[in-house]
Design a protein around this ligand. Structure first.
Ligand code: ADP
Ligand code: MG
Length: 721
């Protein structure tokens, strides 16, 4: 890269200000419960609360009152416009702003906002992906108010906009978004979990809510480097670039001291998210240089999914204030750790229970054993579906490489639970739980630490982590909604199945012992049938690939292999039984995701070609010409120029390699237009051809004069903070 290009190193962003008062600012920009309570008539607030907390249907009569209060609050915060904020199947969010202003007869204007404006919007749906659910001429789409997720205000400098979380459906009522199926799946899970709880003797629970805490990994690089890289601009990842002389092998970045500018950025992100009521709690350096993480405290899955979108938006918005760019891509740098979004999943009751809390003695905890078994059974039965929900062109580069979980779905349970479930599978019940105990640190000045009963396993795509499951294969840039929707739906199905079996075994009024025996019988059968999915070993190893194959587990390596699972017989059965998505709605998702895969790779291929031809090749040719000139001029002096000529030959050969690879890439893309099965062509022809072009470019990067190299290097992007 030219040495004149220096990093922006803008530090201040917002400008310096006093330390933030978290209690004061938390939720300041949201129309949350306390704001509603203060502003709404008592009866309206009661209705709304019943909807938010107990899932009661929203009462349309209260619409005008809510709209009036919401508008007053928004206008006080400087909002001039409102938008129905929704999540189309692009995986991102969409908004269309409308002004509150309504002209009046006197030639003036008033801020107005009716119940109808709040409850329903009619954006033109034709430009959003529908996957064949709707012909383009049937453009009508509807957005519908989601009272369970608080409205919020986004401020860009002096412009403030009221954002109302909404669902998005077609004129025919089919879900064109991620929120509708998520809410439907949460309802299915609530229903089945309550049924199971009452069988298990707990009749007090009125509501079970899926909970999500998602850990967001991301990279930060200096903005000036980003602007010099067409691949980052267009594709979000580097399509070329040789590995830096030093990578993450020193293990010194993970949890390391947070660099000054990054700290300032993180602080700004936190402030913004606190105002939006997003409970961010954890921040740290990640494994790769330039990689970081934020994790919020878990919430109701629907609210958490909305907050996840706000997290991604805020990271990108705030980065630009500090002269940084936030890369959310799953694999921005080849050969360096990728980024994931670990989705921590559990089920909580309105009475304050976590259904996946094992306690000290899980073998005695019938409730835990029952719900944990349900998750195990569902992941085993629907491993293909879960793989499909995280399948994107970007995540394909991450899964199975550089410390990311492999494409094979398996569950890590840890020592203690594995032992308990093994006892159950073998003897029909478990008699003991391995103790967790204390960790002595060999010196009296350090406290004895309570030790978890099981260790962690970074290599597992789906790990039990104390009192929740962590779906670790989810990609950093994707919406969490589809994976969550699938988890809720398949868990509901398994709970339903186990409950039905339990009912069949229980008499009219079972006593405690009869209930215990019946539960043990049901879960023993389920575990025996599903135990192939449990794996505590090293998921990165080759041995696991062989072992998984022996166990009959799926290994769907790429997106085109995985996406058909969205419409497999077992997926359709689960999603239609619980009215989460119809077969047509599932087909539409498969179609959209396939199309996104094809478009992504196609754009990347075009960008690779362009960069190689117009940036790398000219640099190589210039360097070659310099070498030849030098050697030619040197003849007069009687110098041999052996080294110069050798380098010239080397560069010339690499240029030949590059041209040959480019020719192949071009041809593979021509074939694309003729091909019926475009995703397969992308996977089998285009991606390998891109790889060859990259190899030739990266080899040239190692030889050409640094001042002629037209792109910022990995070293610069990853290490200048
Ligand atoms: P770990 O270090 O094991 O990943 P953390 O305590 O940092 O554990 O939790 C990671 C994420 O899991 C956080 O977002 C946290 O809020 C979330 N989490 C904790 N308990 C639950 C739960 N019951 N349901 C969903 N997510 C949870
Ligand atoms: Mg974690």
């Amino acid at each position: 890269m030219p040495s004149t290009l220096s990093p922006t190193l803008r530090m201040n962003g917002n400008g310096h200000h006093a330390p933030m008062d978290v209690e004061k600012i938390f939720g300041q920009n949201t129309f949350g419960l306390s704001e509603m309570k203060a502003r709404l008539p008592k009866s309206v607030y009661k209705h709304l609360l019943a909807t938010i907390q107990d899932g009661e249907p929203i009462n349309v009569e209260v619409a005008d009152a809510i709209a009036l209060a919401m508008k007053e609050w928004a206008v006080e915060h400087g909002a001039t416009h409102y938008t129905h904020w929704f999540q189309p199947l692009t995986g991102r969010t969409a908004e269309k702003h409308d002004s509150f202003i309504t002209p009046n007869e006197g030639g003036g204007a008033m801020a107005e906002f009716s119940g109808k404006n709040l409850f329903q919007g009619e954006p033109d749906a034709s430009s959003f992906p529908s996957g064949g659910l709707r012909a383009t001429f049937e453009a009508r789409g509807y957005t519908a108010y989601d009272p369970t997720s608080p409205a919020f205000i986004i401020k860009h400098n002096n412009v403030a906009t009221l954002c109302i979380p909404t669902a998005f459906a077609s004129w025919t009522g089919e879900a064109l978004d991620h929120k509708i199926p998520l809410l439907r799946s949460m309802e299915a899970l609530n229903k089945q979990a309550k049924r199971a709880l009452s069988l298990l003797g707990d009749a007090d629970v009125a509501r079970v809510t899926a909970t999500l805490g998602s850990e967001q990994e991301y990279f930060l690089i200096d903005e000036s480097f980003f602007l010099e890289r067409p691949d980052l601009l267009v594709a979000g990842r580097t399509l070329l670039g040789a590995a830096p002389p030093r990578g993450q092998e020193m293990d010194d970045h993970y949890f390391g001291t947070i660099p000054e500018r990054v700290m300032a950025f993180m602080n700004a992100v936190e402030e913004e998210l606190y105002k939006l009521g997003v409970p961010v709690a954890t921040r740290h350096n990640e494994v790769a240089p330039g990689q970081y993480e934020f994790a919020p405290i878990f919430e109701n899955a629907n609210v958490a999914a909305d907050h996840q979108q706000l997290m991604m938006m805020t990271l990108q918005r705030m980065a630009s204030r500090f002269g940084l760019v936030c890369l959310l891509h799953e694999k921005p740098f080849a050969g360096v750790n990728g980024s994931g979004k670990h989705c921590n999943f559990s089920m909580g009751t309105d009475t304050g229970m976590n259904l996946l809390e094992p306690g000290e003695t899980p073998h005695e905890n019938l409730l835990f054993l029952f719900f944990c078994t349900a998750v195990i059974q569902s992941v085993h039965r629907h491993q293909g579906l879960l793989r499909a929900t995280i399948a994107t062109a970007a995540n394909d580069h991450r899964l199975g490489a550089n410390e990311a979980p492999p494409a094979i779905l398996s569950i890590f349970l840890g020592d203690q639970l594995t032992d308990v479930f093994e006892q159950i599978a073998e003897h029909g019940k478990a008699a003991s739980s391995k103790a967790s105990g204390f960790l002595g640190l060999g010196t009296p000045v350090l406290p004895h630490l309570p030790r978890h009963a099981g260790d962690r396993n970074r290599t597992s795509p789906f790990a039990f982590t104390g009192n929740k499951f962590e779906f670790r294969a989810v990609g950093s840039s994707q919406s969490v909604s589809l994976p969550l929707t699938a988890l809720n739906t398949i868990t509901a199905e398994a709970i339903d199945d186990l409950s039905t079996k339990l009912e069949a075994k229980l008499g009219k009024k079972p006593n405690k012992q009869a209930l215990e025996n019946a539960v043990h019988d049901v879960i023993a059968d389920a575990i025996r049938a599903s135990k192939a999915i449990i794996f505590n070993g090293d998921g990165y190893s080759d041995a696991w690939h062989k072992e998984a194959e022996k166990r009959g587990l799926l290994n769907l390596k790429t997106t085109p292999d995985a996406l058909p699972q969205l419409t497999s017989a077992s997926t359709v059965e689960a999603f239609t039984t619980y009215d989460v998505l119809s077969e047509a709605e599932l087909e539409s998702r498969e179609e959209i995701l396939t199309e996104q895969y094809v478009m992504t790779v196609n754009i990347e291929a075009a960008t690779t070609e362009n960069m190689a031809q117009t940036m790398v090749l000219p640099a190589a040719v210039r360097y070659l010409s310099e070498l030849i000139d030098t050697a030619a001029r040197g003849n007069d002096l009687g110098l041999s120029f052996g080294g110069t000529l050798e380098t010239a030959r080397e560069v010339s050969a690499l240029i030949d390699d590059l041209k040959a690879a480019l020719g192949k890439l071009e041809k593979s893309r021509v074939a694309l237009h003729a091909s019926k099965n475009e995703a397969k062509t992308m996977k089998d022809k285009v991606l390998p051809a891109m790889s060859d072009v990259r190899a030739a470019c990266d080899a040239l990067e190692g030889v050409i004069a640094d001042d002629l190299w037209p792109l910022p290097s990995y070293r610069e992007m990853l290490f200048i903070k």
